[in-house]
Every structure is written in structure tokens, then in C-alpha cells.
Write a protein of this length. Sequence first.
Length: 133
Amino acid sequence: STAIQLTVRRPLDVMNSVLEFFAGRGALSLEGDLSAIDWSSIPGAACDSGGKSVTIPLEVDSVALLKSSVLPRVGIRSRIAHVIIKNADQRLFAAYDWFGKGMVVVEAEDGRRLCEILDRNGLIVESHTVEIH
């Protein structure tokens, strides 16, 4: 299968668009230093035992909360190393190594539509289609 590999600017704006796009399907996982947020106040949030990753279902109401209260404070480029959105076992979106160059991957079947939205908003620096095995 193929995926779209991106280099993006303004990761917070990218994440706001990505969360809107995937609202109602799948779950968001954040990996890294999660200490900036009280996760017990986020409905459905489940932290792993080591406190290094949290998973939040992307329900419509949780997306609004993530955008208003979590993403601006969590440290998307400083404390959060990896961001992954999955639906069941399929990875839809991932940003690795603090949104590093070429480290953002869109694998959703309708991923081209997401990339068009990001591009319209001036958030894509470069993109390539890559084979995923």
C-alpha cells in the first residue's frame, strides 16, 4: 500500500486540522513526557502503566477538548515525541520525532483529501508518495 510522507510547518495547526478530519473514527496516541496535562480530566483517556503514552478516543466532544485544552498545553514539539492516530489496527496518521522533516505519514484511504486541506492552509513544506510494506 502507499502512504503520503510529509514535512509540515506549524504542527499545532496541523494537529487541529488532523483531529477535525479524523473526528469520530479512531483514537489518538501521544508518546513522550505527558506531565503537562491532568489526563484524568480528559474523558476516555487511558495512560499506559509507565506514564509515557496516552490514548484518547477521537469522539466529536473529545476532539473539541483536545483542540482547546490539550494540544495548546501538551508540548506538541517539545515534550511529545510521537503522535499516532489509528482506527482498529490501521494507522491513519503519524508524526514521529517531534514532527521531524519527512517524519509525518498519512496512511488513511482518504489521506489525499487531508493533504489537500493541509496544503490549502499552507502547512505542507513538501510531500512524497511512498510504499509501505
